[in-house]
Structure formats: C-alpha cells, structure tokens
Design a binder for this molecule. Sequence first.
Ligand SMILES: [Ca+2]
Length: 376
Amino acid sequence: MPKMIKLLAGAAALFSATVAIASENAGKNTAKSDPPFLARDVAIFDTPWALAFLNGTEMLVTEKGGLVWLVDSQGHKQPVEGVPEVVHDGQLGLLDIAPAPDFAQSGLVYLSYVAPTSKGGSLALARAALTRTDGKAALENLKVIWRDGAMPGGGQPGGVIAFAPDGRHLFLTVGDRMRPRRAQDLSTPQGSIVKLTLDGAPAKGNPFENNVEARPEIWSYGHRNPYGLAFAPNGALWAHEMGPRGGDELNLIKAGSNYGWPLVSNGDQYSGAPIPRHSTRPDLAAPSVYWTPVIAPAGLVFYTQARFSGWRGSALIGGLAGMSLSRITFEDNGAAHEAERWDMEARIRDVAVDSSGYVWVIEDDSEGRLRRLEPK
Ligand SMILES: [Ca+2]
C-alpha cells in the first residue's frame, strides 16, 4: 500500500474510533424482583417461539415443533392448518411469524422456519394467506420466497422478520448456523441480516449489489445468532444477538457494516479460549450495549404507547438465560442503556405490544405461558 494511502487509512480508522459510541456492559446489572407490572397468565403453549398481533385482539403464536395458533386476548386457541414441514431439532424448527404491512387488506403473513433439505435443513422464508372459513383457520397458497442456500450447519438459525417503515421491504436475521467463518463470507447469507422486497428478491440499492462475489440481499454481516430485530420510532434499525460465553450484543444496524463475529467479541469461546475484543478493531461496528455475563436475548419490541407511560421510546428485550425482561433506553447519538431488568422467573422467548399498550410475553418451555403485563 502506498505510504500516503496507508496514512489516510490510519487517519480514517482513528476518526471512526474517535466518533464511536462507547459500548456499555449491561451484564453486571441485576434483575429486580419487584416489577411495575402484574403478569396475567393467558394461555399455555408447547415451546412457543414467536408472538405477533394481527389486530387489536388477535395474535398468532408459533411453536418451534411446527404448529401455528390463532389466539385471542382471552386465550382461546385455534390451530392454523397448512403449516409447512419443519426440521425440529434443538434450536431449529418453526421460527418467526409476522403479518404483512397490508395484512388488513391482503391477509398475508410471513413465516420463517428451518426447512428439510438433504443437508439437514436450511432457513426458509415463506409467505401465505391466512384464511378463515367455516370456523377453520389455515395458511393457503404458501410460497417459499427466500432460502439461505441449503448449506449444512448446526443450530443458531436466526430467523427474525422485521418490516421496513416504508412497508415495501423486509429484513430477516440469518444466524451463522455454528459455522462462524461464514459470518465474514459475503458469498453466504449465514451470519448476516438481509434486506428483501416483499416478494423475497434482494432489495435494490443493497450495499453489496455490485459485488459479484457477494449475495446481493446482504445488508449487514458479522452477526452470530440474532433473535431480535426491530425498527425504532425514529426509523433506525436495531438488532440483538447472542454472544458465545459472554458478549451478547445490541447493535444499531447500518447498511454494509461488519459487526465483527467471529473476528472480535466481548465474550470468549465456550472452551474459555479468548476472542479479541471489539475495542481492538475500531473498523468493525461495536455494540451499543453488551452483556457479560449473558442474558441470551430473545425478542425485541419498541414501546410507543401510553399505558406504561414511562416506557415510551424504550425497547423491551426478553432474556432466555437471564429469565428476564429488559427495558432499553436510547440517546440521539446512538448510545443505548439497559435502564431496568426484571426477573420473570422463566425463559422469555418473545415480547410484543398490543394496540392498547399491554405488553405480552411468551416463555420458552414445554409448558410455556403466554402472559399479559399490565401496569400495577
Ligand atoms: Ca459484534
């Protein structure tokens, strides 16, 4: 590299290090046992994974084993037929579900799952019409609109869907499937967040669309296993992901950014072997918040309602290992803080807010509860 360019590159790295927001370790925070809400048990599911409201009173709940339920706010459950076959093994199975931005008119829903392949299963994104005839609910005209490429792998599938505020695109988290190097390999979508049209095609203007060696749907990369993805009220995209031993992360997601896995982490390998910290590589995007020890974050929703008046603008994150619910606050400069964490005495898999401002959580258990949180 010519000397002048080297100098400029060094100056750029220094500049980005100077403007980077300091990462805050929230792992040392403790969960409070006196939450400002009452939790009402509404229904029970076998290992539920995702919860999504369709309207003010009805929601869809997925179970990892491959069932979808239509549920009302009183807890009445109706099975939804027409769910595709899934690979149910450890972390793999039926994953997220989300109504289309125009669901009220189209009746379309999107779902993610690990689909059977000769290599053990690949992450699939499908779209289907939710129909209700003669008292029966079903997914009809189901079409797989995107696949991760059917490469072999282990757990850590990712699979969380978030629609862009423009209503014309969607984002999907793709886990590294326990093949960490793929998170730095732009020729595979594993370990990335992808941006797609509502038909599953790579979005126009994606950051690597002119890189012939890259998958054109990739929006950001260097991710490990993201189980939370949501747009903030100001239009910023946030994701969280599970670290290895330590180093869970909450990241502000920007087009083309590399979030570092497995080159850097604020956690270590499960063996105890160290991984270089984010601070050693200012060229890689560092988390706004990290957790060491971990909470194993799952589910992410921004709270914009009035019912919990002090929570407006906050994000809520469930904790699997943490058996917790965390409230995250944000600053205009991209900094974030775990303001509070409450002990939920169960592994929290997903969190949602209904149109009345109540918060709903589901538990990761063979008898996992759907619970409604209301202010005390
Ligand atoms: Ca990272």
